[in-house]
Ligand binder design. Sequence first.
Ligand code: AMP
Ligand code: GLY
Length: 422
Amino acid sequence: MRILVLGSGAREHAIITALLAEQAGHVITAAPGNAGIAADVETVSLDPTNGALVAEYAIENGIELVIVGPEAPLIAGVADPVRTRGIPVFGPSKAAAQLEGSKAFAKRIMAEAAVPTGRPVYAGTAEEAVAAIDELGAPYVVKADGLAAGKGVLVTEDRQAAIDHATYWLQHGHVVVEEFLDGEEVSLFFLSDGHDVRALSPAQDYKRLGDGDAGPNTGGMGAYSPLPWLADRWESERAFVDEVTDLVALPTVRRLEHEGTPFVGLLYCGLIVTEQGVRVIEFNARFGDPETQVVLPRLATPLSGLMLAAATGQLGGAPAPEFRDQAAVTVVLASEGYPENPQTGRPITGIDAANARDGVSVAHAATGVLDDQLVATGGRVLSVVATGSSFAEARERAYAGLGDITLEGGQFRTDIAAKVTR
Ligand code: AMP
Ligand code: GLY
């Protein structure tokens, strides 16, 4: 298949790695990609948020499937003109991408579909925000309504900090004050064709910058999959996945279909497993990063077939995706100063040595080439991915691979997947 992948992060690199691993002779182009992606497939400098240009490029180049990686192009509506031109696209329309782009939209859909989530109280003024904060009580959860690049959510015991966060984000729109949910977080991805869904295997993300969940929220500093502790409450991973399918994914997808905004692409369910049951913390309209890096290496079913089935309304006839019985761990290497003020332009070495290790593969995120030297170009620079027959082995391999790599001032967590190796 001729496939165009939009995006430039480790998630897109992981998607491309999975497509290449099918050994199906796919001709893949990435726009714009990064240095690691460019070493594997052709890249073009095409603005992924410009739908008209992307559609034109896809037509001219005989593209048979467009895969949209990040949220920004989806929310900008890149999928619509591509779909209008008759090209299968894995990624929701601008209207359906509001599920990620607007917390208020997501909460409304959840309410109408009776999907369990934290109770929201909306505030458009500082007075309303203070009233909502006092009504819901500590710990306080305050969220900006729109896309905020991971900085929009504050969870705190400090009432004044909650009020300050609300006041800041009210300058940019509404805020949502939400019931605090306590429990383990799960990222569960569903492919959707607008009517039917197929689940992938669950993963857990580490959102905070520092060990022990200290420090600021980030895009994600590491992940592992599957989640052995689900067995404490569910008979099997399948039983958990079936429950979330019935309680969350299908009602949401059917509600969007009913409203005339079918969701075609990847429904990311950000969940918390509370004492009272599974609750949704957020939806995203695309694969998670870094969770994708630990889910796709375990996928035994060809990814391209699943994505094409989703993009063409054929998922109902597709078998459930199958996963290898392996453990996968990824550790993110970030630039000094991330997330506030990442230092860029610094050289990176040792990736070949890491890739040469058994079970290790390095997904590039913010990398580029400057004067023949690989350099960091942003906050999250790369994602060292390892699989193994146990979490102990996968974790050991991931950190050994990371140990081969040098980046001055580079930051990473040392406790990714530590809790599942004990
Ligand atoms: P979000 O951007 O909505 O995924 O939120 C970022 C992080 O904030 C989540 O991964 C959770 O760790 C935390 N969070 C968000 N909403 C809640 C909530 N209602 N209760 C507890 N923690 C939350
Ligand atoms: N890792 C969290 C996200 O992709 O939103």
